[in-house]
Design a binder for this molecule. Structure first.
Ligand code: NAP
Ligand code: HSE
Length: 439
């Protein structure tokens, strides 16, 4: 039997501790599957005294992950600390420079430094595996990077943040408050160390940027993503969406258009009878549309210790099974030096349906004025309803409009003009509508 693959795990929190426990309890089965044992020979975290539910006997402990990357007796450096900079970045770079393969779940780091790290790994014939970085346990990286080679992609979109989907689902189904749902997501280990990354959409943007690169072959462009989080979505919006036959999900969408690639993350209304609308709780879903395959939808657990550790484990076992000197799959789907410059499509040219909720003074002429502004901006309405929705006071009315497909620029202009009219009470709510092709 071949020698053991020696791994060092930096970060023993939700994901790292789950991984260590699984590796220790499944050792025999993993040895059979990989044709060699996988041994944890080093770990790093801040607190050595914390009980993490696995046996540390014979494992070297490092308080400093950079020192572990530099000195530990390991073949693979597994980075599960998190963060685009700091110890995660420094230790991962050190590991590559030393000639170690790397496995990471760190989408923030890859979204920021992925291209440069991929170049470094490829120059040295090393692997960076990162299945857990996008959509938790769903094997979307391998699917795009290996299984769908040769396809030309037109759109890739999905629910990529378990925390947000968990919050939106519990708000809708149980009427719980946003704050209570977020607290519970944190307790369950779904949220990022700083949960604003989840709720403001940054985490989805990091993941989307990685998928865009794999699908379209461009440099990672996380900073070019149009971004809106879910923190201003109210129970009223969720109920209005349901009444109109939609559900609200935080989607990341990357789409090829005539003027470039559109990347956007925002709360989105999806038809209630679509599969993606049924994806609840921490579950994620990623849909891919391509010319040879057609439409593919992958659904599975998007966050949490075991689901994420499952993806990390798959990455480690791939390295354990790989033959020395074998051809390496390029980190980002094509060699990093061949990635193309990113060409951004302007958001104001985005075309789609819109839900617009306006709280207005209850006075004559308001309804007609809104309809006029829409018409003057060439926006065709699918429906316009007026009611005293929850949150509207005695002298206020809620008006909800749903548009047919129209340009974002026209919607922005119409809403700005309505604001000028002086009858709005509070900020308008605008939510884009996304339609799956068939699923
Ligand atoms: P976590 O629970 O916060 O764990 C972070 C670990 O890093 C802890 O063990 C912590 O040590 C250690 N650490 C932090 N700073 C350190 C430092 N300066 N030196 C040494 N160790 C340090 O995070 P997590 O949820 O496991 O996430 C880890 C990574 O996986 C992140 O990149 C995250 O985005 C990604 N991810 C997480 C999930 C999920 O569901 N949680 C899913 C997919 C991807 P102590 O324990 O001693 O404090
Ligand atoms: N905080 C992330 C989420 C973890 O909620 O989806 C998985 O990447």
């Amino acid at each position: 039997m071949a020698d053991a693959l020696k791994i060092g795990i930096a970060g023993l929190g939700t994901v790292g501790a789950s991984l260590a426990r699984i590796l220790q309890t499944r050792m025999d089965a993993l040895t059979v599957a990989c044709g060699r044992p996988i041994a944890i020979t080093a770990v790093s975290a801040r607190d050595k005294d914390k009980d993490r539910g696995f046996d540390l006997t014979g494992i070297a402990w490092f308080h400093d992950p950079v020192e572990m990357a530099e000195k530990a007796d390991i073949d693979v450096f597994v980075e599960l600390i998190g963060g685009a900079e700091g110890p995660a970045e420094r230790s991962l770079r050190k590991a590559l420079k030393r000639g170690l393969h790397v496995v990471t779940a760190n989408k923030a780091l890859l979204a920021k430094h992925g291209v440069e790290l991929a170049k470094l790994a490829e120059e040295k014939g090393l692997l960076i595996n990162y299945e857990a970085a996008v959509a938790g346990g769903i094997p979307i990286i391998k699917t795009l990077r290996e299984s769908l080679t040769g396809n030309s992609f037109s759109r890739i979109y999905g629910i990529m943040n378990g925390t947000c989907n968990y919050i939106l689902t519990r708000m809708e189904k149980e009427g719980l408050s946003f704050a209570d749902c977020l607290k519970e997501a944190q307790r369950l280990g779904y949220a990022e160390a700083d949960p604003t990354f989840d709720i403001e959409g940054n985490d989805t943007a990091h993941k989307l940027a990685i998928l865009t690169t794999l699908a379209f072959g461009n440099q990672i462009a996380a900073d070019e993503i149009y971004l809106e989080g879910i923190s201003n979505i109210t129970i009223e919006d969720i109920q209005a969406a349901r009444d109109l036959g939609y559900r609200i999900k935080l989607l990341g969408v990357a789409q090829k258009t005539a003027s470039g690639i559109e990347q956007r993350v925002h709360p989105t209304m999806v038809p209630v009878n679509s599969v993606i609308a049924q994806v609840d709780g921490v579950t994620n879903a990623v849909a891919v549309e391509s010319d040879i395959l057609g439409e593919l939808l992958m659904v599975g657990p998007g966050a949490g210790g075991n689901a994420t550790a499952s993806a990390v484990l798959g990455d480690i076992t791939d390295i354990a099974k790989s033959r020395p000197g074998a051809q390496r799959v390029p980190v980002l789907g094509r060699p990093a030096h061949l990635l193309e410059a990113y060409s951004r499509a302007k958001m104001k040219r985005h075309e789609g349906g819109y839900f617009i909720r306006l709280t207005v003074m209850d006075r004559t002429g308001v309804f007609a004025s809104i309809a006029t502004q829409m018409a003057e901006n060439g926006i065709s309405l699918e429906s316009i309803v007026q009611h005293s929705g929850s949150g509207a006071s005695e002298n206020a009315k809620t008006i909800i409009l749903v548009t047919h497909a129209t340009m974002e620029g026209a919607v922005r202009k119409a809403v700005a003009a309505i604001k000028e009219e002086g009858y709005l009470l509070g900020e308008p709510q605008v939510i884009r509508i996304e339609r799956p092709k068939s699923v």
